[in-house]
Design a protein around this ligand. Structure first.
Ligand SMILES: [Zn+2]
Ligand SMILES: [Zn+2]
Ligand SMILES: [Zn+2]
Length: 144
């Protein structure tokens, strides 16, 4: 089963209809790969070939996909929510955000296991997940 079929199946399990619009939006998300798209970004992509799809539909579909955990919502602090496909594994990656050009890079290594363990021991707080964002200046912007 490819990724698209897998996502369709998940919608189906939650008893959501797979409308043509939803299919188009899902495809665009998959083609965007690991991009961190806002609703406006995605709307810009889908309307090129499907001008009948409105921004409101894109918003609603993204919200729905986030509700059933197909997408993860991320706030990079620039006033626009971004969406990315949630990975199958429990844990994903962390984000490096350039405050000059707004580029978002991914940082694959998870170095937080020992920190989580220390927190769990000291505070008796059972950690289920974490999010981490680093703000700074990317390589390209450092040259300028
Ligand atoms: Zn930059
Ligand atoms: Zn990401
Ligand atoms: Zn992590």
């Amino acid at each position: 089963m490819d990724r698209f079929q897998d996502l369709c199946e998940r919608l189906h399990q939650k008893e959501y209809k797979l409308t043509p619009q939803r299919k188009i939006i899902l495809r665009a998300l998959l083609n965007g790969d690991d991009a961190h798209l806002s609703a406006e970004d995605l709307y810009g992509i889908v309307k090129q070939q499907n001008p009948e799809i409105g921004l409101a539909t894109v918003y609603r579909t993204l919200e729905l996909l986030a509700e059933i955990d197909v997408l993860q919502k991320i706030d990079f602090g620039d006033g626009r929510l971004r969406y990315e496909l949630a990975s199958e594994e429990a844990h994903h990656h962390h984000h490096l955000i350039c405050t000059r050009c707004g580029k978002v890079l991914e940082f694959e290594d998870d170095l937080l296991d020992s920190l989580e363990q220390a927190i769990q021991c000291r505070n008796q707080f059972r950690i289920l997940d974490h999010q981490l964002k680093f703000f700074g200046v990317c390589k390209e912007c450092q040259i300028e």
